[in-house]
Design a protein around this ligand. Sequence first.
Ligand SMILES: Cc1cc2nc3c(=O)[nH]c(=O)nc-3n(C[C@H](O)[C@H](O)[C@H](O)COP(=O)(O)O)c2cc1C
Length: 178
Amino acid sequence: MTTTITENEKLTQPTFDPRELRSAFGQFVTGVTIATSRDLDGSLIGMTANSFSSVSMDPPLLMFCPASHLPSLPAFERAGHFAINILAASQGELAKHFARPSENKFAGVDYSSGIFGAPVINGSVATFECTLFASHDAGDHKILIGEIHDFVANPESRALVFHRGKMVTNHNERKSHE
Ligand SMILES: Cc1cc2nc3c(=O)[nH]c(=O)nc-3n(C[C@H](O)[C@H](O)[C@H](O)COP(=O)(O)O)c2cc1C
């Protein structure tokens, strides 16, 4: 069958149902993080994000993608630094808490202050402390890339898992396939 230009043009202009696209993205199993920072005026910011990924070993880089409309976004960019806290299976309530806007998200939260002042959430399975390496526009989100200056990891504790729009706290211990 001959492909016409009109058909090609259609291919470059996708008209997906956003709910179906979101649901397809949800097939990918992720962990859950809380990205934190300290704004220039000292106020603390934090948001739940599962768009985290490692990026590079040399230099050591990672990324996450906040939506462009989020109230926290300008503060992350102004501060020029952030921490990524990878949550433990026991921290599901914390993930929900940091996924809702609120005046003082850190009231009652167990955290310490990181090397750049961003909150490091105690009990996380790993925390990475970064300076802002780059910020890229990406549709209705931004890609914030951080250069890692310090990190801690607790390989003994189990991570919180996010799959098909739900938090999974009781996933089985990983079986080795090595
Ligand atoms: C499991 C989970 C993952 C999320 N991941 C992201 C993400 O990667 N990027 C994003 O912009 N929002 C994400 N959100 C939504 C934000 O956490 C939510 O909009 C939050 O209110 C943002 O904080 P703010 O309102 O203080 O700016 C996620 C929510 C949940 C529950």
